[in-house]
Design a protein around this ligand. Structure first.
Ligand code: SF4
Length: 544
């Protein structure tokens, strides 16, 4: 059986606008399981699929698999309609887009995977039930938990499955060969999952649109770890705007040997930039410190320094990483877990690379109301410590969050100013969007910042800080992978260790596929800088 897996993650209603150089981990996990059962999988991205290509795919493949987030509804709608107009072959969807089974009924699909897909997918493969899906005998799947089925035009949710065990997680080998299907895989940041799930089981205290309001029992903040899994009135765990703890559960770490072998596989397939991915890297093996209880406290105990060091040692033993031929970076960390020892450890291995920290609001009362872990002061302290040890912190904020007010915005502006003084490299500002499965799923999406006075104040401040930090790059020499043409006028490059996209003049075209040292000579915007090539480092990819 042959599957076409379309990775729609972060495509919104069309091509990807932000995080253009990211390849996520989820689709590779799905492909790895299917490959282990002998199925063939081809991956593609929506921006590369024209109607003519899809007509060919419809002939070649037995089913369409889609991996998407809720913000990708637009592109998923388009793609599934196109597929359905051409064929009755099944459409299967998965990823955070299915976080609320009732909210995807308008989409064209036959089978949806709810939450973590591994155990469900393995059961379907082991029982050879893909044959039933292809024959459109969908009702045969009703006994399998974790599925959203369309049976006779009715949506049937077969019920939640328990979270995937650490043991099972560690038997799965994400596909590494399919990475080559992605355009620019050789220059992209390829995410490798090291921890599944999030340790923040605090919950928001704000009144929810459903009328639910926390009864202040404080079980989720101070109760025994296991009791924090459930709230007596059913408020989903985690920050109100996030669905990770509800859909993916508390942290479970992957074995070092699995991570190492996946990374080696990616390198063999030509990947040059790798990001260790997790809702919090510092949760790596922190669950071992509280086992057999689940790790549902975001800030205590402190990180498992020994395990982190063992992981980093093993990864920096891979010759291409040790030599700097392949860039290894970190995704997210929680500020409340950063202390001097942690920052020093990260600096030892990841000096010069970026690291992302959530702050979301600069107002402490607001942070508590929306269920944030730690404090706003923790974020400032973490940025200070990480900068001291040579890392380049990026901090996230969200505008239009439930509870945003003149007071919260004023405090957010103050914190952004403090972060600027602490040399934060970039502030990333998101617009609040209600995620299915999260506590805030029934709130309306925030207005664009240009249509909201308070959000606009945050956006302007963020832009000012980001532009100023780009000016600090002037005359600096950074490593850049040259990837291709941009708007017919420029050549575009991605900073090897992440950072703003760099544009060059057309004469640099001959270096496409090379890693170069570039001097930054001009700031174009808060996201773009202009550079000149100083020297050639090496060829990363042979462009044909
Ligand atoms: S969110 Fe639920 S568990 Fe947490 S304090 Fe409120 S009622 Fe208790």
């Amino acid at each position: 059986m042959r599957f076409l897996l379309v990775d729609c993650l972060a495509r919104g209603s069309g091509s990807r606008k932000a995080t253009v150089d990211v390849i996520g981990a989820g689709p590779r996990v799905v492909a790895g399981i299917l490959e282990s059962f002998g199925y063939r999988v081809r991956v593609d991205v929506p921006e590369k699929i024209s109607v003519n290509i899809l007509k060919r795919y419809v002939e070649e493949y037995d089913a369409l698999l889609i991996s998407a987030m809720s913000s990708d509804l637009g592109i998923v709608r388009k793609l599934t309609r196109l597929w359905r107009n051409l064929t009755r072959k099944p459409i299967i969807i998965g990823g955070p887009i299915t976080g609320n089974p009732l909210r995807i009924s308008e989409l064209e699909f036959d089978v949806g995977f709810y939450g973590e897909s591994e155990e469900t997918l393995i059961e379907i493969c082991s029982r050879k039930l893909f044959d039933s899906i292809v024959c459109r005998e969908i009702e045969k799947l009703k006994s399998i938990k974790g599925l959203i089925l369309r049976v006779n035009n009715e949506i049937v949710f077969t019920g939640r499955r328990r979270f995937v065990s650490k043991e099972l997680l560690n038997t799965i080998n994400p596909s590494t060969k399919i990475v080559k299907y992605y355009p620019l895989y050789w220059a992209s940041r390829v995410y490798v999952e090291i921890v599944r799930g999030c340790s923040n089981f605090n919950r928001p205290k704000i009144v929810l649109p459903s009328g639910k309001k926390c009864i202040l029992c404080y079980r989720c903040k101070y109760g025994p770890l296991r009791s924090r899994l459930e709230c007596p009135i059913g408020i989903p765990p985690g920050c109100g705007y996030c669905s990770v703890p509800a859909l993916y559960g508390p942290p479970r770490s992957r074995h070092i040997s699995n991570i190492v072998s996946e990374i080696k596989g990616l390198i063999r397939n030509g990947v040059s930039r790798i990001v260790l991915s997790a809702p919090d890297i510092l949760d790596y093996c922190r669950e071992e410190l509280v086992e057999p209880e689940p790790l549902t406290d975001p800030c205590s105990p402190p990180p498992n320094i020994d395990a982190l060091r063992r992981l980093f040692d093993s990864l920096f033993n891979i010759s291409e990483i040790a030599s700097g031929e392949v860039a290894l970076m970190l995704e997210n960390i929680k500020a409340c877990l950063v202390n001097e020892e942690v920052a020093k450890l990260l600096g030892e291995y990841f000096k010069g690379t970026t690291v992302h920290i959530g702050c979301e609001t600069g107002d402490q009362e607001h942070a508590d109301l929306i269920g944030r872990p730690g404090t706003v002061d923790d974020v400032v302290r973490a940025v200070k410590l990480l900068t001291k040890y040579g890392l380049r912190p990026y901090v996230y904020f969200i505008h239009g969050l439930p509870g945003q007010s003149p007071k919260t915005v004023n405090n957010t502006l103050k914190i952004i100013d403090i972060l600027k003084q602490e040399n934060v490299e970039k502030i990333t500002l998101y617009r609040f969007s209600p995620l299915p499965g999260s506590a805030f799923e029934d709130y309306p999406r925030a207005k664009p910042f240009v249509k909201d006075k308070l959000s606009l104040m945050i956006a302007r401040k963020v832009q000012e800080v980001n532009i100023q930090s780009k000016y600090k790059l002037l005359n600096r020499i950074i490593k850049v992978v040259i990837v291709g043409e941009y708007k017919k006028k420029y050549i575009i490059g991605y900073p090897f260790y992440h950072g703003p996209v760099v544009l060059f003049d057309k004469s640099v075209e001959r270096y496409i596929g090379f890693l170069v040292k570039a001097r930054i000579v001009r700031v174009i915007s808060d996201r773009l800088v202009y550079g000149t090539v100083e020297s050639i480092e090496r060829r990363v990819h042979q462009v044909t």
